[in-house]
Design a protein around this ligand. Structure first.
Ligand SMILES: NC(=O)C1=CN([C@@H]2O[C@H](COP(=O)(O)OP(=O)(O)OC[C@H]3O[C@@H](n4cnc5c(N)ncnc54)[C@H](OP(=O)(O)O)[C@@H]3O)[C@@H](O)[C@H]2O)C=CC1
Ligand SMILES: O=C1O[C@H](COP(=O)(O)O)[C@@H](O)[C@H](O)[C@H]1O
Length: 502
């Protein structure tokens, strides 16, 4: 199969499978529109939606533009939306039946017959449930693959399996049709601005580089908090649980970028080689490094078990905190706490790096330094640091150096993760996509704990209940404290310290 890292600039069709679904509606099409509006899509691009649902073009256009934001009814945006619809069409068909893919191919050829040159490129985007990944990938390859004078690429969404074995089976099946070079496995966290920023922060700042190891860092937390529950998505969620939904992919990807060694270059394989290397130094997670929770009704909100799509008595965790250890010279002994939960008290994804205590002597009981990288909402990086309390005394006070993006970059819109990743796939840049061996090692870390939670090794563990809208199980603070985290809250005031109140 052809290896090609060229940018798709002309004569390209983007085909979105699962075009009637939630992901396509909420993320894929708004991202494609965002790229179009900013001039990043290939010249004369066509977008073809494909799904089983029968609907006419008007209904399809209504759906795919329903999540495109135009809060002020801006005439220019409205006109861009109208233009976007003109090169976006829809076809319904089966995912299993090759005849439907022959029809799709005819539709694609008809579009391509108007191209000036013979070159035809096709980018296939699978916004689909995993149960149909394999037949769809095969049918595309058999019926819709451009063999001469063009490039084919396939974007696949998670979940990539449920454990090591199923992941290997899935990868193996997809590889029968698609080469690694043609395959772009999305973990949309790798497209988030602040995750992409980690490489620059770490390797373009001498002082961060110098403090980035077990000698300076006491513990790290990577946290994902969502303020809503499964709400109707419980059927899907219950099969996977929070670890497969968030920790094994999104948070582990963030961890790998945060902890890998400096890559030789920004080239995709150099970056991915380093990510794999650090992941291989992580042993499988231990049961006693794990805290599991499930939300229950509170504050007028229903508990997980009240979701009608969730099986009664489910013990599926909707919250998990797990600590991973990296057995290499840089990180030995530093706990990395990955924690994620649904139905919590706020919406927040952040990395919190807590540094070690200053050597005792001239100071006693002063706050630790903490570097916080807030991935969302409101992207920010702040370093909690001690400064002299202004005035006629010598007293250390925790304050912060604060880089809040919306104050610093006032005329910049931060791109959506999906915009950034679809553009990368068009450019043939794999840096922010997950390689097959990365997946393999990621599943090795999580599979034993997942099998225990699934009840494959004995009775299933019961998650601890936590109220909807809380910070998680009340045992969380003891759990985090066990790994050396010390909260600075009482001595830290934000955004202003009033000396008169001290
Ligand atoms: N640029 C900006 O926007 C900046 C904002 N700030 C703001 O200052 C405030 C304090 O900052 P920061 O210390 O970083 O954030 P928090 O005080 O919110 O959180 C600090 C840590 O303490 C935990 N925590 C939160 N509440 C409790 C609690 N009641 N009991 C025990 N642990 C708790 C958090 O865990 P968990 O998240 O899991 O609850 C987190 O690990 C925040 O509102 C922050 O947004 C500060 C600097 C810059
Ligand atoms: O992959 C997933 O991510 C979303 C959260 O994504 P974000 O970009 O809004 O942070 C999560 O809600 C969903 O359960 C999960 O499958």
């Amino acid at each position: 199969m052809e290896t090609n890292h060229d940018e798709l600039k002309d004569n390209t069709i983007i085909i979105v499978f699962g075009a009637s679904g939630d992901l396509a509606k909420k993320k894929t099409f708004p991202a494609l529109f965002g790229l179009y509006k900013n001039g990043f899509l290939p010249r004369d691009v066509h977008i073809v939606g494909y799904a089983r649902t029968k609907m006419d073009e008007a209904e399809f256009h209504k759906r795919v533009t329903s999540y495109i934001k135009n809060p002020n009814d801006d005439a220019e945006v409205a006109s861009d939306i109208d233009d976007f619809k003109k090169f976006t069409s829809y076809l319904s068909g089966s995912y299993e039946d090759p005849a439907s893919f022959k029809e799709l191919n005819k539709h694609l050829e008809e579009i391509e017959s108007h191209y000036q040159s013979k070159e035809c490129n096709r980018l296939f985007y699978l916004a689909l449930p995993p149960s149909v990944f394999v037949p769809v990938a095969k049918n595309i390859k058999d019926e819709c693959y451009v063999s001469k004078g063009g490039i084919n690429r396939i974007i696949v969404e998670k979940p990539f399996g449920k454990d090591l074995k199923s992941c290997r089976e899935l990868i193996g099946s997809l590889k029968q049709s698609w080469s690694e070079d043609e395959t772009f496995r999305i973990d949309h966290y790798l497209g988030k601005e602040m995750v992409k920023n980690i490489l620059v922060l770490r390797f373009a700042n001498v002082w961060i580089g110098a403090a980035w190891d077990k000698n300076s860092i006491s513990n790290v937390q990577i946290s994902f908090k969502e303020p809503f529950g499964t709400e109707g998505r419980g059927g899907y969620f219950d099969e996977f649980g929070i670890i497969r939904d968030i920790l094994q992919n999104h948070l582990l990807q963030v961890l790998s970028v945060l902890t890998m060694e400096r890559p030789v270059s920004f080239a995709a394989e150099d970056i991915r080689d380093e990510k794999v290397k650090v992941l291989r130094a992580i042993p499988a997670i231990e049961r006693n490094d794990t805290l599991l929770g499930q939300y229950v009704a509170a504050n007028g909100k229903p508990g997980y078990l009240q979701d009608s799509t969730v099986p009664p008595n489910s013990v599926c965790p909707t919250f998990a905190a797990t600590t991973v250890w990296i057995n290499n010279p840089r990180w030995e002994g530093v706990p990395f706490i990955l924690k994620a939960g649904k139905a919590l008290n706020e919406s927040k994804v952040e990395i919190r790096i807590q540094f070690k205590d200053v050597v005792q002597g001239i100071f006693k009981d002063i706050a630790r330094n903490e570097l916080v990288i807030r991935i969302q909402p409101s992207e920010a990086i702040y370093l909690k640091m001690n400064t002299k309390l202004p005035g006629l005394y010598t007293r250390a006070m925790p304050t912060e150096m604060d880089l809040t993006y919306k104050r610093r970059f006032t005329d910049t819109k931060i791109p959506e993760a999906y915009e950034s990743l679809i553009l990368d796939a068009l450019k043939g840049d794999h840096s922010n996509f997950v390689r097959d061996d990365e997946l393999d090692v990621a599943w090795k870390i999580f599979t034993p704990i997942l099998h225990w939670i699934d009840g494959q090794d004995g009775p299933r563990p019961r998650p601890i209940n936590y109220p909807y809208g809380s910070r998680g199980p009340k045992e969380l603070d003891t759990f985090i404290g066990k790994y050396g985290y010390r909260r600075l809250a009482d001595s830290y005031a934000w955004p202003v310290t009033h000396l008169s109140s001290l």
